[in-house]
Design a binder for this molecule. Structure first.
Ligand SMILES: [Mg+2]
Length: 393
């Protein structure tokens, strides 16, 4: 009798933002629904499977989605509601096991080996997780169960929507090898092109290439990483620790910045990028750091600790602006601007009501001012509302 070999679960909520909207507006069930920025420059954050069947995808421009699926219901994102629903989801997951590693607001790895005395096998655990999520939160989830994170994640993709796939121990490469190399973590456009040159279209093709060839062509670290993954060699444990201790973005300017509006625009762009990286990593941070290097190469840093952790651009922007005002940089040429965040925690961690989220209008006005001045490309308005922090599954 097999034990609990397939002990890693990847749980991924289906069309999470859409399903949260449907939970409070049942009239949306069964219809094509798209959540995203509704302006001309907005992007799709989440699409129901009815809309996906018409070709609508996450991160697609909303105008494109409207062409593909003109009869869909288009809704603006309500990130407060999604965060609350995320808290409910993670409470259910942690009721099964404390060994939960959040990947984003609606996605996590669980190590369920501690449940071996309570369930006949991993498949029963996976179905129980789906059932309890449905009962407690009213939301559908897909689950992949496997011997490694790599295979569990790919299995949940295959299970979508509202299903479960268990890849039995010993079947990993048979499951993995027919898939395209782009399904592996770490394979972006550039790597995909280089692998195509080597004749690797499927992961099975990749597994046949010698590791030293991959290392020569892709670099030692990525080459070894892919050679291992292609053989389903992924020993990473489910980790409850948040690996990143800090995240930051910075830019050095070819010409020193002197225009205060331009500097504000750069702070806003940094806040937007940092917030979207936090959301992608499923993190919030508490301490905001600003680094300013002046034209004479002196560097000034300032930091501020928020009352509640955040992952939103407008809170980061407001903090960055206040920190900038606390430096002596105003009116002097600025060579480098950096914005960072420390005190990171999983976005799913419980938190108090976020009072710092108020004042959003003020930022929208600032965005408009900057866009008027520097053109539409200066600021990404769709990303500012948080839509880019959408979920693919
Ligand atoms: Mg999902």
């Amino acid at each position: 009798v097999s034990g609990f070999d397939e002990h890693i679960a990847h749980v991924d909520m289906d069309a999470f933002f859409v399903e949260v909207e449907r939970r409070r507006r049942p009239g949306l069930r069964g219809r094509a629904v798209v959540v995203g920025g509704l302006g001309n420059r907005g992007v799709v954050a989440s699409a129901s499977y009815e809309a996906r069947r018409r070709g609508v995808r996450s991160a697609m421009p909303i105008v494109h989605a409207r062409r593909l699926c003109p009869h869909a219901d288009f809704l603006p994102p309500d990130h407060t509601a999604y965060r609350e629903a995320s808290g409910e989801v993670f409470a259910v997951l942690r009721s099964f096991t404390p060994v939960v590693e959040p990947l984003s607001v609606d996605e996590a790895f669980l190590d369920v080996s501690g449940l071996r005395l309570h369930y006949p096998g991993p498949a029963e655990v996976g179905e129980a997780i789906r059932t309890v999520l449905r009962e407690q939160t009213g939301l559908p989830a897909s689950v992949g169960m496997a011997t490694s994170k790599l295979i569990a994640k790919l299995a949940s993709d295959e299970a979508k929507p509202d299903g479960m796939v268990v890849v039995a121990a010993g079947e990993e490469t048979a499951f993995l090898h027919p898939k395209e190399v782009g399904a592996l973590w770490g394979v972006g456009e550039a790597t995909l092109a280089r692998l195509a040159e080597l004749g690797a279209v499927t992961i099975g093709d990749l597994a046949e290439l010698p590791a030293d060839l991959l290392q020569r062509r892709l670099g030692a670290s990525l080459g070894m990483h892919l050679a291992r993954l292609a053989r389903a060699d992924d020993p990473r444990p489910v980790s409850t620790e948040t690996e990143a201790k800090s995240l930051s973005v910075e830019a050095t300017y070819e010409q020193d910045l002197t225009d205060p509006d331009r500097i504000e625009g750069e702070l806003l762009r940094h806040a937007d990028r940092l917030a979207s990286r936090l959301r992608r990593a499923g993190l919030r941070g508490r301490t905001v750091h600003l680094k300013v290097r002046l034209g004479d190469f002196t560097t000034v840093t300032r930091s501020h600790t928020l009352r509640t952790p955040t992952d939103t651009a407008h809170v980061l922007y407001r903090a960055a602006k206040a920190l900038f005002d606390r430096t002596s940089a105003r009116g002097r040429p600025v060579r480098l601007l950096g914005l960072g965040m420390e005190g990171l925690e999983a976005a799913s961690a419980p938190r108090q009501l976020d009072l710092e989220g108020a004042g959003w209008d003020e930022v929208e006005r600032a965005v408009d001012r900057i866009r008027d001045r520097f053109g539409g490309g200066a600021v990404g308005p769709a990303r500012l509302g948080g839509e880019a922090g959408g979920e693919p599954g």
